[in-house]
Design a protein around this ligand. Structure first.
Ligand code: C2E
Ligand code: CA
Ligand code: CA
Length: 410
């Protein structure tokens, strides 16, 4: 038997695939031929339907271990593809919990209705099996509900202005002057709890909410940049214009309104596009190559800068770098963190710096927490640094104070 045959069944005309009441643990898709779906035996036999290619058969067995609800007989030579429970479980595991929950509920309800219509002969058994499945159903249901609740709260948070941007400074390591900021989102709940992005961005990304949040982020960050630029000119006249790095989500790829919104924000707040740096991660690039390329080219046309975030963590080939119009590499924090403990990390950081320089790109090292790390990076020729040692992400009011302090120190 070839590997593929394991997943196929062929039947002659008149041959039965399964009988009503038999235990079942897989479903079938009818690839070619025809089958008759019937219930009851002998004189009480009723043909419910005749099905052809594309029909899904016996799917209830996948959902809750139910015995077959009908008899399936080939009326001509027929070929079927098997869908095993393992296969479905694997697919369901990675599916959105809400979809999973809805699928289970809909199929269970459907089965209840069919049972009632056909006299509910196996009701006792059915109840017992429902109880066995209930714990899993409840877990999925709870997960789906939790996610839905956060999604709804988040939508309200956007309307109620509970979302906030913090700004973390990016410095020139040579003289510690401020080159710009990275906008990092926070959710301040009404009870004062501060929710970090890792807790809600992935949920927003499951729906179109991320696009709406994305417009808000872009406009808020650009408006802040205009104000911070004015402060910087007061505190340190003659400094080069500040930049604002904005993180993009994969959900914003392919959004036709992203660039019109960006353009409007730039015009409204009179910000030069070259002051805006859009950050995307390597994994985002490779998950949606075509969309990413379209987006990056649009960003370039507009005049914005582009950065590859978390560089070194996502993709093993570097050949993409010359195909994408990238201006900046951001060395991931993990390499900086391990720089002193691990010679390989030090070599990787140095090599990334050389790579960026040779390709004519800027290079920012992230996650600097100690003076010694900054000093080592400077010696390696890394130009820009970002990390708690130089400044944590802060609300705009604190950034203004930070810029004043910088001006005094200069
Ligand atoms: P990221 O873009 O890599 O952002 C850098 C993260 O590292 C931030 O975490 C920042 O607070 C943290 N960080 C900075 N310096 C240090 C340091 O010296 N040590 C340590 N341990 N951490 C440092 P945060 O703000 O929690 O953001 C986490 C991730 O959430 C971001 O990673 C980004 O992927 C995502 N994110 C944040 N804001 C936004 C946003 O506005 N839009 C989108 N799409 N994603 C965002
Ligand atoms: Ca980032
Ligand atoms: Ca990063």
């Amino acid at each position: 038997m070839t590997e593929l045959d394991k997943f196929h069944r062929t039947l002659e005309a008149g041959e039965c695939l399964f009988h009503e009441g038999e235990p079942g643990n897989c479903a079938y898709v009818l690839e070619s031929g025809r089958m008759e779906v019937s219930t009851g035996r002998g004189e009480a036999r009723v043909v419910l339907a005749t099905v052809g290619p594309g029909a899904l058969l016996g799917e209830m067995a996948l959902i809750n271990n139910q015995p077959r609800m009908a008899t399936l007989t080939a009326t001509e030579p027929t070929r079927l593809v098997m869908i095993t429970r393992d296969y479905l479980s694997e697919r369901l595991e990675t599916a959105d919990p809400m979809l999973r929950h809805i699928l289970r509920v809909v199929l269970t309800r459907f089965r209840e209705v069919v049972n009632q219509v056909h006299g509910g002969r196996r009701e006792g058994e059915y109840e017992a099996r429902m109880l066995a499945d209930r714990e899993e159903d409840q877990r999925d249901g709870q997960m789906a509900m939790k996610r839905l609740r956060i999604e709804q709260q988040l939508e309200m948070a956007l309307d109620n202005r509970e979302l906030e941007l913090f700004y973390q400074p990016i410095l020139r390591v040579a003289d510690r002057s401020v080159s710009g900021f990275e906008a990092l989102i926070r959710w301040r709940k009404p009870d004062g709890e501060m929710v970090p992005p890792a807790k809600f961005i992935p949920i927003a990304e499951q729906s179109n909410l991320m696009r709406r949040i994305g417009y808000w982020i872009t406009d808020t960050a650009i408006a802040a940049l205009a104000r911070l630029q004015a402060t910087s000119q007061q505190t340190q006249p003659g400094q080069p214009p500040l930049t604002m790095s904005i993180n993009l989500s994969v959900r914003q790829f392919g959004d036709p309104d992203l660039f019109p919104c960006l353009q409007n924000s730039l015009a409204d707040h009179q910000v030069d596009p070259r002051q805006v740096r859009l950050e995307i991660t390597e994994s985002m690039l490779f998950d949606s190559w075509e969309l990413a390329l379209g987006l990056l080219n649009q960003a370039k046309e507009l005049g914005c800068r582009l950065a590859i975030d978390d560089f070194g963590t996502g993709y093993s080939s570097l050949s993409y770098l010359h195909r994408f119009p990238v201006d900046t590499l951001k060395i991931d924090q993990c390499f900086v963190r391990e720089m002193f403990a691990n010679q390989a990390s030090r070599t990787i950081v140095r090599t990334m710096g050389v790579l960026a320089r040779d390709l004519g790109m800027d290079c920012i090292a992230e996650g600097i927490e100690e003076q010694a790390q900054g000093d080592a990076l400077r010696k390696m020729g890394i130009e820009y640094v970002q990390g708690f040692f130089y400044g944590k992400p802060m609300p705009e009011a604190e950034v203004v104070k930070y810029l004043h302090a910088q001006g005094i120190a200069a």
